[in-house]
Design a protein around this ligand. Structure first.
Ligand code: M6R
Length: 366
């Protein structure tokens, strides 16, 4: 049932080009600039006139929510807030009728996310779900939703569910942008064309497996890791750190690269591995300086860069080259090497990758 792979996690990592395709199927025809998501169409007026979108989720799904925040604000110009479901539900949040609450959950059974959406519902907000498990509690409690169609995810560490969530959320962002007229049609079309190319690029990123395994050998005994990213890659830094923590039990911090100088920079010395997601996007020049700051303190930089980059490879100790895409879609590609890195490090440390200690696949307690 692991399809020849030693662990479900690795199988699920390698399924991603396929699962992203499944998430898009029937929803996107870039050639005709066509997006089809019946649940969004059905609530077109609500989405068009939404005052605010509040995303509630936990863990990896919360990271997908952060990517969605950047996409929705950029493309559709609706203010977005991303909340940890557990905080949202216990702090008497302001929820108004014009708000749309989006609950993101792979399992659809996370207790805090379910309770958060019930709270929002009781205050009159419209609730939209982005779930993977069909017929799950969260899917049933929402007014409308879009399934991610990633297929069953068995490994406790979420991988293909994350990329499926980001895929569906990007389609939602594009669709709202189209309805609101906040994006030029040519820009929208080129974004959609890029989206269609993502599965092939993910496949290409997966070819980095051996290279990443070799890097994992070098860092398997590290006791700490820092992950840095900016813009659309900031949530990827958080996700990379979470993956490493949960399956290898190495302490890891994900940080917005520019925020590093406000504290975590004090941690950097010659023993600190720093994974920097530094692909060519609008923050590229800035992240080059962040890499310099790390190097100046002798941190060991492992950089994820866009193929063909000539600047960062001169500064970083290890370089992982990924294919280029639109910056908003880069998380779908840049997360792949980080998933593989955490996987290989955990295997090398002899950890139980699919069922890490103290964790359950879905957290149905508060
Ligand atoms: O099923 P959900 O998406 O609601 O689960 C949320 C988190 O519990 C989950 O993403 C958790 O953080 C994963 N173990 C991360 O890999």
């Amino acid at each position: 049932e692991k399809g020849g792979y030693p662990h479900f996690m690795l199988k699920e990592i390698f399924e991603q080009s396929r699962s992203i395709m499944d998430s898009m199927r029937g929803r996107l025809v870039a050639e005709n600039t066509q997006l089809t998501m019946s649940s969004i169409r059905e609530y077109a007026t609500r989405f068009k006139n939404a005052d605010r979108i509040i995303i509630v989720a936990c863990g990896t799904s919360w990271h997908a929510g952060l990517v969605a925040e950047y996409m929705i604000e950029e493309f559709a110009r609706i203010p977005v807030e991303v909340e940890y479901a557990s905080e949202f539900r216990y702090r008497n949040p302001v929820i108004r009728e014009g708000d749309i609450v989006v609950a993101i959950s792979q399992s659809g059974e996370t207790a805090d996310t379910l309770a958060a959406l019930e709270l929002a519902k009781s205050k009159g907000a419209m609730i939209f779900g982005v779930c993977n498990v069909v017929g799950s509690s969260i899917a049933r409690a929402t007014d409308a939703g879009a399934y991610t169609h990633a297929g069953p995810e068995i490994g406790v560490a979420s991988t293909k569910a994350f990329t499926a969530q980001v895929t569906v959320l990007s389609l939602i962002a594009m669709m709202i942008a189209e309805m609101r007229g906040t994006m030029e049609l040519t820009a929208l079309r080129s974004l959609m064309l890029e989206m269609e190319k993502i599965p092939a690029k993910v496949e290409q990123a997966l070819q980095l497996d051996k290279e990443i395994q070799a890097i994992s050998e070098i860092f398997k005994d590290a006791t700490n890791f820092i992950y840095l990213g900016r813009g659309f890659n900031f949530p990827v830094a958080l996700e990379g750190a979470l993956k490493l923590k949960e399956i290898s039990y190495i302490h890891a911090e994900g940080y917005p690269a520019a925020e590093m100088k406000h504290g975590p920079i004090a941690l950097i010395d010659e023993n600190m591995p720093v994974v920097v997601i530094a692909t060519k996007d609008s923050s590229y020049e800035k992240i080059v300086s962040n890499v310099q700051e790390v190097r100046a303190r002798k941190g060991r930089v492992i950089a994820v860069v866009t193929e063909g980059d000539t600047v960062i490879p001169q500064m970083a100790e290890f370089v992982i080259e990924v294919p280029n895409t639109h910056e908003a879609l880069m998380p779908l590609i840049s997360v792949i090497p980080l998933q593989l890195l955490s996987y290989h490090i955990a295997v090398l440390r002899g950890c139980n990758v699919d069922q890490p200690r103290n964790l359950a696949k879905s957290v149905t307690v508060e």
